[in-house]
Design a protein around this ligand. Structure first.
Ligand code: GTP
Length: 597
């Protein structure tokens, strides 16, 4: 396709403002998919995405559009994830396109991720077309929201297109704006091949599929390519485009987005952001900004039923093939038996993987407390990377500990600023800067990563009613007074509940944890002490009193089916518990005990 007839774009929006619905409409309006094949939210392919309404993996669709000027255009839409865990995926997929549609719900206004994502688009030098969506809603107020876009984001929005992705109103105008307002890509068809590896994933039939953006040159089926970061060479089996289902074509030229397959064994062999060129007469210039995503949060995953360990291994290996940012190694726990220590990009990533194992592979899991990587400096001068608090060496051998710190940037409407400052302060944050951008405060904090990985994002959202946007970068490792806190249930230590905490906050955290556990562990026939301890010293204690757990007593004999149902229910509840000594601890206790309200 001629460069002047191509438009590459992404859609940026806050969660629920209608990104997927709008994408579906663009696909439908251009007859990219026959009406009978249209299912809602074409682009959100994974069940979990659909259910949670969040977009995780980048997806792409090529749309043919005959514009009002009578010319045929090719529009390539890249779908991007919207959560801070995947900020790296957002920023790199944005570098593969020239423009963005900024979708704002006109009944809500600019919200948290609107900002974070639009900044990514600006960093990628995008032309940005504002779209006011949901104008069919009675609460829609286009004038106010357009003004807000101008104030807060600083882009012209008075003439913004008014759309209802629900009724289809404004969809033609949107397509015209894509053609008329977004720039065509640049590139040189005669230069050596230079393509960007935008994304890759595993397909059960075709193996690894690589999403690429051609910058310069041309790529044909059968040619041999080189991945510049690894120097690995592959013959290309197949190239094609997404409509949104895969369709083979013979050649991809500059400015185009498409896929290739090349007998690449696993997703791990591909590096997102890498430069792809021909094996011979290739380019020597590498695209900049390439960095592999590193796991930062670790936790243990154990099967509730120990007999399912091999199934768990199988599921983890399969998921890892398709997700290079997910790491794992075997772990044994005194309390939980055999399982895996896994590394993730953040908590959402953790939850997504855990959900997929539970649903797609039908394995009930116990998830232990998430932890960051600590540097343990030993008296003998060596340093150990601690991924798991349970592995903390004997204190007499330890000189000092260091923890990872981050620089967090939070944008928030003025009225919630006080709550945000308090939250950051409570999480051992050090304020570095406070400025104003429009009617919003922008605050920069130096925070310990371990105070953020757990429930910081949820708390931030709840104290600001979803209006804060948050982004962070890792900065350095710094020494602090950190200790390992153990938890004892019925006088037995439960290693899976051990956490690293700051000494000054240990009592407070210990108390909160034992109180939570008291609510989370069901009563037994006997009294159960629950304690938090540092070394041998108990710092908090609760006692769960005894109860007769005769659940069928209520049934007054007669109704046998009701009785059976109750017993079944109890049995099912049991399945989700693990025994520690004589105590049953429910699965969710392992993660909920750590949440700080
Ligand atoms: P994420 O995938 O989570 O980022 O959300 P999204 O931005 O893709 O939002 P999505 O398209 O899933 O829409 C969110 C909700 O808003 C859905 O229930 C849609 O049906 C609804 N919605 C989208 N566009 C419109 C619209 O124009 N009018 C009305 N009334 N509802 C809409």
């Amino acid at each position: 396709t001629e460069l002047s007839k191509i438009r590459n774009f992404s859609i940026v929006a806050h969660i629920d403002h209608g990104k997927s619905t709008l994408a579906d409409r663009l696909i439908q309006e251009t007859n990219t998919v026959a009406d009978r094949d249209m299912k809602e939210q074409m682009l959100d392919s994974m069940d979990i995405e659909r259910e949670r309404g969040i977009t995780i993996k980048a997806n792409t669709v090529r749309i043919d559009y005959t514009a009002e000027d009578g010319e045929d255009y090719v529009l390539n839409l890249i779908d991007t994830p919207g959560h801070v865990d995947f900020a790296y995926e957002v920023s790199r997929s944005m570098r593969a396109v020239e423009g963005s549609l900024l979708v704002v719900d006109s009944s809500q206004g600019v919200e948290a991720q609107t900002l974070a994502n639009v900044y990514h688009a600006m960093e990628a030098d995008h032309e940005i077309v504002p779209i006011l969506n949901k104008i069919d809603l009675p609460a829609s107020d286009c004038e106010r929201v357009a003004e807000q876009i101008e104030d807060v984001i600083g882009i012209e929005a008075t003439g913004a297109i008014q759309v209802s992705a629900k009724t289809g109103q404004g969809i033609r105008e949107t397509l015209e704006a894509i053609v008329n307002e977004l720039p065509a890509p640049k590139g040189d068809a005669d230069a050596p091949l230079k393509a960007m590896l935008v994304d890759s994933w595993y397909d059960a039939y075709l193996g690894v599929i690589v999403l690429i953006r051609i910058i310069d040159g041309k790529l044909k089926k059968g040619e041999r390519i080189r991945m510049m970061s690894t120097n690995a060479v592959y013959p290309v089996d197949r190239i094609g485009v997404f409509r949104p289902q895969m369709e083979s074509i013979d050649e991809l030229g500059p400015g185009e987005l498409g896929f290739l397959t090349a007998s690449i064994k696993q997703v791990r062999d591909t590096r997102v952001g890498d430069t792809i060129t021909h094996e011979k007469k290739g380019t020597t210039e590498v695209l900049d900004g390439f960095k592999p995503a590193q796991p930062v949060v670790f936790c243990g995953l154990f099967p509730v039923d120990t007999a399912e360990f091999e199934d768990l291994r199988d599921s983890i290996e399969k998921l890892a093939l398709n997700d290079a940012s997910f790491s794992y190694e075997m772990e044994t726990s005194a309390a939980l038996g055999f399982g895996f220590r896994c590394g993730f990009l953040g908590l959402l990533h953790l939850e997504v993987i855990r959900d997929r194992i539970e649903r797609e592979y039908d394995i009930d899991l116990i998830t232990t407390a998430p932890s960051v990587i600590y540097h343990v400096h030993m008296r003998d001068g060596t340093m150990i990377e601690l991924h798991n608090p349970a592995d903390m060496p004997d204190l007499t051998l330890v000189d000092h500990l260091e923890e990872p710190r981050i620089k967090a940037t939070i944008l928030v409407p003025d009225e919630y600023l006080g709550d945000v400052l308090k939250l950051c302060q409570d999480r051992r944050g050090i304020q570095e800067n406070l400025t104003y951008a429009g009617s919003r405060a922008m605050v920069v904090y130096d925070l310990p990563l371990n105070e953020v990985v757990f429930d910081f994002y949820d708390r931030l959202k709840s104290v600001t009613k979803g209006y804060a946007s948050f982004d962070y970068v890792m900065t350095e490792y710094r020494q602090d007074n950190l200790v390992k806190m153990s938890v004892l249930v019925n006088d037995e230590p439960v290693d899976a509940l051990s956490t690293m905490v700051h000494r000054d906050r240990a009592e407070m955290r210990g108390r909160a944890m034992v109180e939570k556990l008291k609510d989370l562990i069901p009563r037994h026939m006997f009294k159960i002490p629950i304690q938090a301890a540092i070394g041998g010293k108990v710092i908090a204690r609760e006692t769960l009193s005894a109860m007769r757990k005769d659940v069928t007593a209520k049934c007054y004999g007669g109704d046998a089916s009701r009785k059976r149902k109750l017993l079944d229910k109890q049995k099912k509840g049991k399945k989700k518990m693990r025994q520690f000594g004589r105590v049953d601890i429910p699965q969710e206790a392992f993660i909920n005990a750590l949440k700080m309200d």
